[in-house]
Design a protein around this ligand. Sequence first.
Ligand code: ADP
Ligand code: ADP
Ligand code: MG
Length: 670
Amino acid sequence: MFDKILIANRGEIACRIARTCRRLGVRTVAVYSEADRHAWHVALADEAHLLGAAPARESYLRGERIIDTALASGAEAIHPGYGFLSENADFAASCERAGITFIGPPSEAIRAMGSKSAAKRIMEQAGVPLVPGYHGEGQDADVLRQAAEAIGYPVLIKASLGGGGKGMRIVERPGDFAPALASARREALSAFGDDRVLVEKYLDRPRHIEVQVFADRHGNALHLFERDCSLQRRHQKVLEEAPAPGMTRERRREMGQAAVAAARAIGYTNAGTVEFIADATGAFYFMEMNTRLQVEHPVTEMISGQDLVEWQLRVAAGEPLPCTQDDLAINGHAIEARVYAEDPARDFLPSVGRISHLRLPEPSTHVRVDAGVRQGDEIAVYYDPMIAKLIVWDRDRPGALRRLRNALLDFQVVGVATNLQLLSAVAAHSAFAGGDLDTELIERHRRELMPETQPASDEILAIAVLAELMRIDAEGALVAADSQDPHSPWHSRNGWRLNEDNHHTLLFRDGEREVPVVAHYRRGHYLLELPGGPLAVTGELDAQGDMVVNLGGARRRASVVRKGEEITVMAGNSCHRLVLFDPLLQAMDQEAPAGTLNAPMPGTIIELLVKEGDAVERGAPLLILEAMKMEHTITAPGAGTIKAIRFAKGEQVREGMELITFEPADESNC
Ligand code: ADP
Ligand code: ADP
Ligand code: MG
């Protein structure tokens, strides 16, 4: 076993690898960018070295510098995590040349599987079934379009070197092929530095089932069962589970054998995942192989009782696999939910900012949280916006689902938008509980899973008012304690005794609407005039700082986080943001004036689709912004005319900057 390794990654995976190293007594070297000086992964490691500026190109992707750091610090091996350099064959080869062990497969195996097209050619020869498609060398637009015709629409264009759902476009009809190809190529070039693509038949309602494989340098290879990763958004996994619901022993054996055959075909060692796509008949086809540890490996760990990072280290150090295929068995059921800083209501746009409040579910034999951030950390625009992975385990799937629903209730994030409510909605949805999964499940049930934001309920408003009144009371108490005359009526904590009729009006902004709530002080409680009628309420804080409230006789528990004028109320499944509204500040309203289109996040303008003076329909694409390696299309908010375009193609914009001045069409003409 190694004495010391370097972890060439950040976030949750770097933290997770460091934990196993600590348990094994292996010392760790972290590397970090300027944006990550105070990151958790840096604190967890035994030593840490700065790589460079925040953008990944200048830090986490600087292979030579990372190898130099490993040599200088005496690390014998490098664990690349996932993303970044993990599937970079040149980097693995450089490590090998420098005499440093790359904790992963040999560089040739990475190269063989690095291109989805080349991988499909190899698998074709090994007799593994493939999705009908074109994965040839020819990249001429005409060649690709003809291939699409031959396959039959709908087709899927994929970046050959793609990953993370990027550079992928569904094309429904021939007329859409050319623009989809151009867009897929652009995204592929910027994310992977290569714009080659392949074309596949787009399967209807498929399932994504993958098999975890492992091989050592002594000729042993085995699989650790399958994972079902069908619950996705934008072709990216959101919830993963093991075992796959409805999997028969026979099919598990077939898929396991195909996956191990795939690994053997390329002389694979260490951890890898063979991804299959399965159709409604149960037939499965090879999709790609990920030659690294996968984001969702914890579900496999939970059902197999193994630590895959430990296996990776042992195999890389030359040890044989710790067990044989027959030693492995599935125990219970595990589900992972990826908690992302993103806004499902805005097409999953990543949300950047400081996490002002973070509370994670309590770890236990049933609940595991792999987090990469702590309260106060920043979700930066440079990296993947995943906050944490929540993994639950129980003896069967219904049990695991119940654990998931409960753990999600204890997961609190304030400061950035998150997908927590979507995860809760999925965990509670009958389609998910039924286990009849497919990759379009989330999209198909979009309306129920991502309902329009509802106005704050009376309950939420009451909790917000109570929190504010209790804060005022507590402040009064502090002032009184400090003053010469603690009994002065000016410090009264009992509401507003001096206020003639003992009441106070709080004005909230809730989305677009303004809601006044009148609070009357009564002996021992407050009486609130809420939109739905009067309600008698009391509240107190528990030792954790949570509110225990009594709303008209119903006892509830809630967390309230205040940041400036913003009040976030978290009660049960709901997380609602209100703004305490001071009418005096109304005149200074900061909102962008009507008729402007602002950058939803920092990025680069990569395509302008309109020119000044153009008349457009509602929803018409106006420009494409690239941010966090994804393309975001800015569309017209209604019918109207483009008055001015503020930036040229290629220019960088900051969040909130006006991109286009838009004149809505006269309402009366509509
Ligand atoms: P990535 O490298 O981004 O992981 P994959 O090839 O693994 O790309 O595909 C990602 C996802 O896209 C799959 O999990 C599946 O949901 C969807 N997908 C891929 N190929 C097809 C296909 N031929 N038909 C339908 N959906 C597909
Ligand atoms: P997996 O295939 O392991 O299930 P995904 O394909 O969804 O997971 O995500 C892996 C990809 O996501 C990586 O190839 C990378 O592009 C991106 N990614 C996710 N998290 C990180 C991270 N912490 N650092 C760098 N890249 C990341
Ligand atoms: Mg994939």
